[in-house]
Ligand binder design. Sequence first.
Ligand code: BGC
Length: 276
Amino acid sequence: MKDFKCNVFNSLDLTGQCALVTGANSGIGEGVAKGLAEAGANVVVNYVSSEDRAAKVVAEIVAKGGKAVAVHADVSNENEVQEMFRQACKEFGSIDILVNNAGLQQDAAFYELTIAQWQKVIDVNLTGQFLCAREAVREFLRRGIKPEVSSAAGKIICVSSVHDIIPWAGHANYAASKGGVAMLMKTMAQELASQKIRVNSVSPGAIKTPINTSAWDTPEAEAALLKLIPYGRVGITDDIAKAVIWLASDHSDYVNGATIYVDGGMTLYPEFREGG
Ligand code: BGC
């Protein structure tokens, strides 16, 4: 029993691995970057704007004894993504873990949705995940397995959303992008498992971050939101970080192509508690 506990602890330890987290200057990405650093990983804090926020995340990790570096790149730009991976590998030797987190919303009623709003959300949320995953996989295959740190050659965690399965009126571009992430993730998982690369998703529900402030920042808004969350609280970024750390670690070594809904039960059709 004692040995089992010891193994559990060891397999959650990410020391000696490097994690690249996209969109890590705020919200879920920031929480995940800090969590991975606490688990022992060296962290690349990607950002596209707010350089000062990215520098603050790095400073906070370093102050706690971790290692981190901020690297700028627009994840929807192929050249910038390739340059980011070059910089990351130069800094930390290689990349072992990619957290495909960068994402945004540009909401509109369906009949008013512009091609620019559609394209921007697809470019960042879906094409961005493809471009970063492709560079990560190239690096995983180049480097191969380092048995002293992990049984896998690399791990990719796609941060998706409950809206990869729940349709969302007024957010057709966002829901379509996340539905795309779900199949991108599964297809990568199927294709790359034999090369010992694990690909999984974490699909957050309502997490308190800047992307959805208006959904929880007044008592009325929070009460309305809680009707959709059986567990009775709005999520925090640590809820997501803990699931990501598990998926990045060998603790989840046999988990491939899975989506973990970290949503307090939002995907359980809560309105059916009183209906149907
Ligand atoms: C969205 C948030 C929303 C949550 C639950 C997330 O993917 O980005 O704005 O609150 O889903 O609906």
